[in-house]
Design a protein around this ligand. Sequence first.
Ligand SMILES: Nc1ncnc2c1ncn2[C@@H]1O[C@H](COP(=O)(O)OP(=O)(O)O)[C@@H](O)[C@H]1O
Ligand SMILES: [Mg+2]
Length: 266
Amino acid sequence: MDRFIAAEHLEMVFNTARGPFHALRDINLAIAKGEFISLIGHSGCGKSTLLNLIAGLILPRSGVLLCDGREIAAPGPDRAVVFQNHSLLPWLTCFDNIYLGVERVFSSKESRAQMRARTQAALELVGLPHAAHKHPHEISGGMKQRVGIGRALAMEPKVLLMDEPFGALDALTRAKLQDELQTIVTRSGATVVMVTHDVDEAVLLSDRIVMLTNGPQATIGEVLTVDLPRPRDRLALSEDPHYAHLRAGVLEFLYRRQAHPQVTLA
Ligand SMILES: Nc1ncnc2c1ncn2[C@@H]1O[C@H](COP(=O)(O)OP(=O)(O)O)[C@@H](O)[C@H]1O
Ligand SMILES: [Mg+2]
């Protein structure tokens, strides 16, 4: 099996004012190059923690965590992160927000013209060439998220890490961006790890869904392979019995096997 990203016996403990908090326990996961993985689980179980470990934003207490054969010890341009709330700089245009990321990665090897071309290509990839000269406050939430994704992809990362990237958007915008993301990811060939708590989003986009148990000491409870052919069409899938079966598998895990203490089952 291709082990482009590999976690072995990964443990995460946070030091808090009230003592150590054991967030993740014995995480073992191998992700192949080009795979689309979703992390799903109840709020507070440790999804963002696992994503931040892969991003290199935090370091594990113990265990092995590798990307492309090298230990993840710090953030790097090979692993771009998109957060739920876009992190665009308000005083820069959409173009300049992306250019800033491009410059960070390519300034030592490429001319300004080449970097501008990259930036333009990224804006086109996410369908925003017309918004190049707008500032973040002049565009919608969905457009801001697209700029964030464009900026991440413009850096040509090996891995695209997304933490509930569409969580703050309305349902229609979210659906549109999910569809676009499918196309963009196929074109870019990036390996993707996405945190979500949206079951339909996970089934629509993923090759595998990694389901986390409730914390503390959350771990991987189950991994579901989504063997639906691509490209996936949400309307056709809504009537596909296999889609319904996969969706039910995730719901079963979340609401029966890992029912949140506050949730009472009918
Ligand atoms: N920096 C931190 N310090 C202490 N505890 C943390 C820190 N970050 C996250 N946690 C705790 O770890 C658990 C998992 O958090 P998180 O990964 O953000 O959950 P999720 O993204 O699944 O909602 C939670 O109980 C949270 O309070
Ligand atoms: Mg989170």
